[in-house]
Design a protein around this ligand. Structure first.
Ligand SMILES: *Cc1c(COP(=O)(O)O)cnc(C)c1O
Length: 358
């Protein structure tokens, strides 16, 4: 079976080993005579799959005991509402560093007094603004960041200090790509379809002292406190996506875990940015100090050449390289499952394309 190098921003490429195991277990999971998709979420057999997925995430991210891991539905976008509905008493601070951070900020405004504490919106989000402790409202219920901006190709080079104000992070597009000290955060959440597994699953990691006082308006399915009490099974969880998450995390563990994959990710990003920096034809769009290791955004000299690049790359087995409409140009998303060979193949293609079109 011919597989392509898929540079899609999400849903994105998954580890082949995980897909192969899922295929082998499709009709009968470990002798049960049924697919995981057909198992009751209340069954003992399924509970073991669910518990193992959480245990693997805890192990790989070194999640401390005083944090609860929830596996929910509704995507990262659902959490844009869930965050204020679970944490907001009076006021909160947001850093507006991209389209998803802006969306979270706008959504939160429906629920209370929200302040934009830092922003790079006026620069079309080409960089991460500096955030110092003096910019944090000490009265804020939380401070919100998006660690990696999927559309604009930027990443926080350092996690800001927020004093005693809990830091809330949307890590959808770089969770598990590099080690983060979870104890620095009050809440981490991520939609699964970038770097965890397939779509339909949302991971929420919440410090236990932040549970217990949700807004009375919070829908039950987004109520972290209630979901924690119910083991994320207030209603039917995304059962198959959780199973796939488990398979993907087993693959990640076999690669040496987050610490080892970070080194691979640094190398992949270096190869690609080196190619961009060495060329007068391609122009990277994110500022150097804010560059993402997961989403590499760039342009050719014209929109026509961008389009030609996308279609010729696809013919060479390098697919989904079109940039987001807000940035234009091209974007190569190189999450954990993208092998280094895929990035090398892309760079070779880029050099050839430049020669023919410069
Ligand atoms: C993709 C993405 C989202 C949106 O996720 P959904 O699961 O589609 O709601 C939010 N934040 C970031 C950083 C993303 O990359």
């Amino acid at each position: 079976m011919e597989r392509v190098y898929n540079f899609a921003p999400g849903p994105a490429m998954l580890p082949q080993q995980a897909l192969e195991t899922a295929a082998a277990e499709m009709l009968s999971y470990q002798g049960t005579g049924m697919s995981v998709m057909e198992m009751s979420h209340r069954s003992k057999g399924y509970q073991a799959i669910f518990d193992e997925a959480i245990a693997l995430l805890r192990e790989l991210m070194h999640i401390p005991e005083n944090y609860t891991v929830l596996l929910l539905q509704g995507g990262a976008t659902g959490q844009f509402a869930a965050v204020p509905l679970n944490l907001l008493k009076k006021t909160a601070d947001y850093a507006d560093t991209g389209n998803f951070a802006h969306g979270a900020l706008t959504q939160a405004k429906a629920y209370g007094d929200i302040r934009c504490a830092a922003s790079s919106r006026e620069d079309n989000y080409t960089h991460i603004p500096e955030i110092t402790l003096s910019m944090v409202n000490p009265e804020a219920d939380y401070f919100y960041i998006c660690t990696n901006n999927t559309i604009f190709g930027t990443r926080y080079p350092a996690i800001p200090q927020t004093g005693s104000v809990p830091l809330v992070a949307d890590m959808s597009s770089n969770i598990l790509s590099e080690p983060y000290d979870v104890s620095r955060f009050g809440v981490i959440f991520a939609g699964a379809q970038k770097n965890i597994g397939p779509a339909g699953l949302t991971v929420v990691i919440v410090r236990n002292d932040l549970l217990g006082s949700p807004s009375p308006l919070c829908p039950k399915v987004f109520n972290w406190t209630l979901q924690a009490e119910k083991g994320s099974m207030l209603n039917t969880p995304p059962t198959y996506s959780v199973y796939m998450m488990g398979l993907c995390l087993k693959w990640l563990r076999s690669q040496g875990g987050v610490e080892a994959i970070e080194q691979v990710n640094i190398e992949k990003a270096r190869i690609l940015y080196d190619t961009l920096d060495a060329s007068a034809f391609y122009r990277p769009t994110a500022e150097k100090g804010s560059r993402s290791r997961m989403n590499v955004t760039f342009t050719t000299p014209s929109p026509e050449l961008d389009a030609k690049f996308v279609s010729e790359a696809a013919k060479a087995g390098l697919v989904s390289l079109k940039g987001h409409r807000l940035v234009g140009g091209l974007r190569a998303s190189i999450y954990n499952a993208m092998p280094i060979e895929g990035v090398v193949a892309l760079c070779e293609f880029m050099k050839g394309f430049e020669k023919e079109n410069a």
